[in-house]
Design a binder for this molecule. Structure first.
Ligand code: NDP
Length: 247
């Protein structure tokens, strides 16, 4: 395992769930964490928790649907720590529903956060990583980025897109600029994501799914593994789901 002590890691969607767990785990392992999300009170509380445990962390309030916010996040990290070693593009929303419910605003919101947010994150860190000739971009997709089911059409489309973008990034950057690319595809994980569902039909099924969920620290562990592998090794994709989850 490579020592991450010197690594500067930006995590989007760090105010709850998988992002929060990843921030806390990596900080415990010695990384310097830059947490990003919209809810400042949550970010502040998590930074306090990390510092109380002896870790190093700062936060920058960020809406990933704003390219300006995302650029400012990267500039903040560079000013704070002088480099960016890892970006975990984790922020996401999942207001799933059947297409015939015509929740067009929710479709647009998923595209804005889950696809454009990921692209803005890449745009914000890629120049610094190319200059360093080193870096690692980890994009959080989903098992729904591997298969489609009723109600998941748009969410799955965004998560398929995340995988396509990550693979393109890998092919373009890894051989020339030494920038690694990892896709993390979780299954049902205990977090606040279900709160983004507004469709009554899907809400009615939510408790069944929640009963299967695994801890967000399992996903954090997979992210940490990809980061810790030696620089000559790219962990390009990990699918991690509850043992009892069939799809
Ligand atoms: P949570 O809802 O707990 O976390 C989502 C995070 O995204 C929050 O920190 C939220 O912070 C942030 N976020 C949402 N919108 C924005 C925005 N516009 N700008 C910045 N941050 C934003 O859910 P998870 O931890 O489960 O989700 C993390 C990722 O994992 C997502 O990409 C999700 O699609 C993916 N995933 C989750 C699965 C699960 O079962 N939980 C399964 C497969 C994939 P804030 O509201 O403060 O901005």
């Amino acid at each position: 395992m490579e020592n991450t002590t010197s690594k500067v890691v930006i995590i989007t969607g760090a105010s709850s769930g998988i992002g929060e767990a990843t921030a806390k785990l990596l900080a415990k392992q010695g990384a310097k964490i830059v947490l990003a999300a919209r809810r400042e009170d949550r970010l502040q509380a998590i930074v306090n928790d990390i510092k109380q445990e002896g870790g190093e962390a700062v936060y920058f309030t960020t809406d990933v649907t704003s390219q300006q916010d995302t650029q400012e996040l990267a500039q903040f990290a560079l000013k704070q720590y002088g480099r960016i070693d890892v970006l975990v593009n984790n922020a996401g929303v999942m207001p799933v529903s059947r297409l015939n419910e015509l929740r067009v605003e929710e479709w647009e919101h998923m595209i804005d956060v889950n696809i454009k947010g990921v692209l803005y994150g890449i745009a914000a860190v890629l120049p610094a990583m190319r200059e360093q000739q080193n870096g690692h971009i980890i994009n959080v997709s989903s098992v729904a980025g591997h298969s489609v089911s009723p109600t998941s059409a748009v969410y799955s489309a965004t998560k398929f897109a995340v995988r396509a973008i990550s693979e393109g990034l890998r092919q373009e950057e890894s051989p020339t600029s030494n920038i690694r690319s990892t896709i993390i595809s979780p299954g049902i994980t205990d977090s606040e994501l279900i709160n983004t569902v507004k469709s009554p039909e899907v809400q009615a099924m939510a408790s069944h799914f929640s009963s299967l969920s695994i801890s967000p620290y399992r996903i954090a562990g997979a992210i940490a593994y990809a980061i810790h592998e030696p620089e000559d090794t790219g962990i390009n994709e990990i699918v991690i789901r509850p043992t009892a989850q069939s799809m």
